[in-house]
Design a protein around this ligand. Structure first.
Ligand code: FEO
Ligand code: CA
Ligand code: CA
Ligand code: CA
Length: 674
């Protein structure tokens, strides 16, 4: 057997208790989203014959008008110079990762393949801004934390300044106060100092890095670090786009409805062709108390009681009884310009409001920018934004306006196999594939709504409710999207859906319950990202490959590794899909990890495990540098179900768990995975 061929040990016979995470992470990250009834109670059908669903004549006509317009534009200019910087650009090289898979494990460390090395780049509490004190877990304060690296790292972005310098962007999704503060019990007894420290540990960080010699190792820059920045739950953020200033967004503190304090629960994100970072507010609902119980509040999971962290005790903006519109100001895609440390971050209302997982952009054939976005909730939807204006190379000022106008779409999918052949077991239909077609349904442009009863601002603030009315397809928690730089195909991670019953399955969501998740592959019509029609297939149905309900694109399942709960996606230069996971401990009894799978050629489906993360952690990031020599990985929430006094992980330093970012490179200078 060649060294590259995977050898797989049997999985432990423990922990196969269902998709998902430890109880602590569910409570702190998502506000126990999976323990509440799924908030999508719309009567959108589950089955693939949704094309029979009646669109209102008005909706259909207007959506059709937009489709026709987009088509005309798409034909107008096919200038290769305008091609997506990350779009199809070179012949497909028939790639195959050659490293030897890391074995499934429950070790409290980051495990990487033989021949590779790793470095902890930055940890929770490390200094970021001038004047930041060194981390001292017994003397943390809001002032110190606002200058230090925040908690739970999720999305990792990387903007390379030159061969040896770069800016790292990291989301700080949420806080685990049980691990951050000695003696912490709950939100009711939390001190104001603890609450404000936790608020300062949310948000994101920009950190200057430099290359260590000529290797793939990157370290925190020792120089001036003028670009370093912290965004917290208190940083002023500008609302932009068509809904900015609308009465739904006005509060006593901000009567103009255009300036929000902070961003919350930023999960994944993406980079734009013009070099900014997009960061996605996800489970924002859990920070708010005393919701009204209205249909809008229920659809977004806003509870009627107190919040878990009880921030409303110290900041009345989190009390919806007093500030009913404040929650309308969260749940957006936020754009950060790393090259302008003084710039205001911007919440883009044009990209809709939901539990945004990420935002991955590319250029359409005619130069318009397209952003793919998932709403990470059981039975929620996939979205796409297409800008009105075109990207202009070198015109930064112009490009910074592209996300303010355009069209917001939601996806509707249809299978090509008879519904009776999709029985919920994961068994393939007679045509051998879960596949079919789909369309992007226009919800609104910046000037016109296509949803009956909704104005433009209502669509953009109550996006879930607008999408409920047009027959969008209920998906199994759409997480990250990513576009192949080699083929232009688009991939979406559907992480799991424990609530989907066998009778609710359809071809794009073929298992009920779906404890292990799957990957969706989308081919836009004409390979144009702005198209309103697409075909789709499911190349990977996750789980233990020894189980009949898994599918690895038809590859020999005795030669692949287990994977569960796909979350974040990335591509290497060869067009291999890198998949990080969030939920392997609860579903397979093994640590989460980073896997690599070719999606083209004869090795399509040959999934290998490149790295595993410490006990309790999910594997976030990943990001592969443009030279292909470094992969960044962010093990989030190590030791998530422990306490300060009784940690269940001591990664990375052997004393206590600290969410951190690591970089991994080949000792011989090879591109990662090669
Ligand atoms: Fe924060 Fe959808 O994961
Ligand atoms: Ca089929
Ligand atoms: Ca995620
Ligand atoms: Ca996650």
């Amino acid at each position: 057997m060649p060294e590259s061929a995977p050898r797989r040990r049997p999985l432990p016979l423990i922990g196969q208790v269902g998709g998902g995470r430890s109880r602590a992470t569910c409570r702190l990250r998502c506000g126990d989203a999976c323990f509440h009834p799924a908030p999508n109670t719309s009567d959108n059908p589950y089955f693939g014959d949704v094309f029979a669903t009646a669109l209102s004549r008005r909706t259909a006509l207007r959506a059709g008008a937009v489709t026709a317009g987009a088509g005309a534009l798409g034909l107008s200019a096919l200038n290769p110079a305008m091609a997506d910087p990350r779009g199809p650009s070179r012949p497909h090289p028939s790639p195959r990762p050659t490293f030897k898979s890391v074995q499934p494990n429950t070790d409290d460390k980051v495990t990487i393949p033989n021949g590779y090395d790793q470095h902890v780049v930055i940890r929770w509490g490390d200094p970021v801004l001038p004047g930041a004190p060194e981390f001292d877990v017994h003397h943390q304060s809001p002032e110190a934390q606002a200058r230090q690296f925040g908690y739970n790292c999720d999305y990792v972005g990387f903007h390379q300044l030159d061969d040896d310098h770069a800016l790292l962007w990291v989301n700080h999704e949420y806080t685990n106060e049980d691990l951050m503060f000695p003696g912490y019990t709950d939100g009711d007894s939390a001190t104001e100092e603890q609450v404000r420290t936790a608020m300062a540990a949310h948000g994101g960080s920009i950190v200057e890095l430099e290359r260590d010699g000529r290797t793939g190792k990157w370290v925190v820059s020792k120089g001036e670090r003028a670009f370093n920045r912290r965004i917290t739950a208190d940083t002023p953020i500008r609302l932009t786009g068509p809904a900015a200033g609308h009465e739904l967004l006005r509060t006593d503190e901000d009567p103009g409805g255009t300036l929000v304090r902070g961003m919350l629960n930023n999960c994944a994100g993406g980079m734009t062709p013009w070099g900014t970072f997009l960061t996605a507010e996800e489970n924002f609902n859990q920070y708010f108390a005393n919701g009204s119980g209205s249909a809008e509040a229920r659809r977004y999971g806003l509870g009627t009681g107190s919040s878990g962290r009880r921030w409303e005790r110290f900041e009345k903006r989190f009390d919806l009884a007093e500030n009913p519109n404040e929650a309308n100001r969260f749940g957006y895609i936020v754009e950060i310009d790393p090259l302008d440390p003084g710039s205001e971050p911007r919440k883009h209302t044009m990209l809709g409001r939901f539990k945004h997982e990420g935002a991955n952009s590319r250029l359409a054939e005619d130069g318009r920018v397209v952003v793919y976005m998932g709403d990470d909730e059981r039975f929620d939807y996939m979205y796409k934004f297409v800008s009105a204006k075109k990207y202009v190379e070198g015109s930064r000022r112009h490009n910074l306006t592209l996300l303010d106008s355009g069209t917001l779409y939601v996806a509707r999918l249809s299978g090509d196999s008879p519904a009776g052949e999709i029985d919920g077991s994961g068994a393939l239909p007679a045509d051998g594939e879960f596949d079919g077609s789909g369309e992007w349904i226009a919800l609104c442009t910046d000037t016109e709504s296509f949803v009956d009863g909704f104005g433009v601002a209502e669509v953009l603030v109550h996006t879930r409710l607008a999408a409920d009315t047009v027959g969008a397809t209920k998906m199994d928690r759409p997480e990250d999207f990513e576009c192949s730089p080699v083929t232009g195909k688009v991939y979406c991670a559907l992480t799991n859906n424990s609530a989907r019953e066998p009778g609710q399955t359809d071809e794009p969501n073929p298992r009920g319950p779906n404890r292990y998740g799957h990957i969706l592959e989308i081919v836009e019509e004409g390979s144009d990202a702005a198209a309103t029609a697409f075909s789709w297939s499911v190349p990977l149905v996750c789980g233990n490959p020894e189980d009949a309900d898994t599918y690895y694109a038809g590859f020999d399942k005795s030669k692949v590794m287990p994977i569960s709960c796909p979350d974040n996606l990335s591509f290497d230069k060869d067009g291999n899909l890198w998949i990080s996971t969030d939920g392997q401990p609860g579903s397979l009894g093994i640590n989460d990890g980073l896997h690599v799978m070719p999606v083209e050629g004869r090795f399509r489906g040959e999934l290998k495990t490149f790295a595993t993360v410490p006990v309790g952690a999910e594997a976030c990031g990943p990001f592969i540098t443009e030279d292909g020599r470094t992969v960044f990985l962010a093990p989030q929430h190590p030791g998530d179900d422990g306490s300060f006094e009784e940690p269940t992980s001591t990664w990375p330093d052997g004393d206590m768990p600290r969410p951190s970012v690591v970089c991994i490179w080949h000792k011989g200078g090879r591109e990662v995975g090669r």
